[in-house]
Design a protein around this ligand. Structure first.
Ligand SMILES: NC(=O)c1ccc[n+]([C@@H]2O[C@H](COP(=O)([O-])OP(=O)(O)OC[C@H]3O[C@@H](n4cnc5c(N)ncnc54)[C@H](OP(=O)(O)O)[C@@H]3O)[C@@H](O)[C@H]2O)c1
Length: 400
């Protein structure tokens, strides 16, 4: 198959945009040229030739020779505007912006398909792990039963530093920001939104489910206190932020993002630092495990470059699983959780179907047991700043 020459208009020259530039400097390619780079703030020192620089998106969008827009900015609404315009102009797009993609999934799908261009976004989900193309190409719709994993490198880095090295949440977050792993708005990472955006994108490719991210529950790591960290350490568990979607029954699927205690016999136990790990389970071939760097300049830019190469062969996602299936997302299931709080008043034992363990000390109280998912997500105490929720090690979700 012949490759076409790719002439790129690049938006954004931050952690990932510069990473892409640096990779192309180290591995020059005849078939890939960056023609223009559009950034936002004037007067910054840029490590690329002045002739490529622009602050005007139209210099890229109106250039008929630019056949690919690579969108690597940190502003989801501006990114949506740019990507829309690029499609209108008949340009293919590579993006790493999970918030923008997840929040506008169906619109973006319709727009790029109508224009007959490619829209690839591998870097948006697990950076260096080629999980979208895998879910897209490999599994038959009927056979994939579950995918779950650690899909956010910065929270995994923070949890690793807290679990293993005993540093505080704030200190570990600052480190992740300095190293370029964290989103510009850290709440997106630590409150589980970033993982949820990735989860909803992956659900479309895994199961053919398109959902508004608002309809999927996310609970982050920002409320994990020293009591829960100590509990995990005493039991030999690690805490990981898990994004999970699985078939529950027939056409019914569940999906959520929550912290979970992970035992040492689980592959995800060994996924530390900025690494991501994804487990898939299929009906016949059982369980597979994928691992790789989930954030940072080069791992993310390398996934972007892989999409650029794929576009030179006119590769497109086919979204095969979106046709012919009628999967439904349900919140009617039960999970086993540990709910902890600094004061006993925050906990309500009557919300649990079954209590497995209960503990009360001066400033650390918890109840562990089975709870209805709708009761968990709709409860008043979940909004309390002091309450933290962690899934027990084997919890996934059972029909209610
Ligand atoms: N960092 C990672 O490890 C990672 C991993 C996976 C995915 N991502 C995604 O990749 C994207 C980029 O992340 P990043 O970490 O590289 O961000 P970043 O370091 O904060 O850089 C953002 C860049 O976007 C530019 N920008 C912002 N608004 C713009 C606008 N309206 N027009 C043109 N340029 C604009 C900024 O310009 P100035 O230089 O002028 O400020 C800057 O160069 C995000 O969607 C992020 O979610 C990042």
């Amino acid at each position: 198959m012949s490759r076409k020459k790719i002439i790129i208009g690049l938006f954004g020259f931050g952690c990932v945009g510069k990473g892409l530039w640096d990779i192309l400097q180290q591995r020059a390619r005849q078939d890939v040229e960056i023609r223009k780079i559009c950034v936002k703030v004037q007067g910054k020192n840029r490590e690329f030739p002045e002739a490529l620089l622009t602050y005007n998106p139209d210099d890229i969008l109106d250039d008929p020779e630019i056949n690919l827009v690579v969108e690597l900015i940190d502003d989801a609404s501006q990114a949506f505007f740019i990507v829309n315009r690029a499609f209108e102009k008949g340009k293919s797009v590579v993006s790493a912006n999970k918030k923008m993609i997840a929040e506008n999934f169906v619109t973006l799908l319709e727009l790029h398909q109508k224009k007959g261009v490619s829209f690839l976004y591998e870097a948006a989900c697990c950076a260096s792990i080629p999980i979208i193309r895998n879910l897209e190409e490999y599994y038959d719709n009927d056979m994939l039963e579950l995918f779950e994993g650690i899909v956010n490198g910065s929270t995994n880095y923070i949890l690793t530093r807290m679990n293993q090295d005993g540093v505080s949440f704030d200190y570990a977050l600052r480190e992740a920001q300095v190293q370029g792993f964290a989103e510009t708005n850290p709440a997106l990472d630590v409150e589980g939104y970033d993982s949820k955006y990735k989860l909803t994108i992956l659900m479309a490719h895994a199961f053919g489910i398109t959902v508004n991210p608002d309809s999927v529950f996310n609970f982050g790591i920002h409320r994990l206190g020293t009591g829960v960290i100590r509990y995990a350490r005493e039991k030999g568990y690690k805490i990981k932020l898990i994004a999970r979607s699985m078939k529950l029954d027939g056409d019914e699927f569940i999906a959520y993002v929550m912290p979970q205690f992970i035992k040492s016999d689980n592959n995800l136990f060994h996924v530390d630092g900025v690494y991501n790990g994804v487990i898939t389970e299929t009906f016949f071939s059982d369980r597979q495990f994928f691992v790789g760097r989930g954030a940072g300049a080069f791992p993310t830019a390398s996934a972007v470059l892989s999409d650029i190469s794929a576009i030179s062969y006119d590769y497109r996602y086919e979204y095969k699983k979106l046709t012919g299936t009628h999967p439904v997302l349900t919140n009617s299931f039960t999970v086993e959780v540990l709910i902890s709080c600094g004061s006993v008043d925050c906990l309500d034992a009557s919300d649990f179907n079954e209590i497995a363990e209960e503990y009360h000390a001066k400033d650390f109280h918890f109840i562990a047991g089975e709870i209805d998912f709708r009761k968990l997500t709709g409860s008043a105490w979940i909004a309390e700043r002091d309450v933290s929720v962690v899934l027990l090690p084997s919890a996934r979700g059972k029909p209610a």
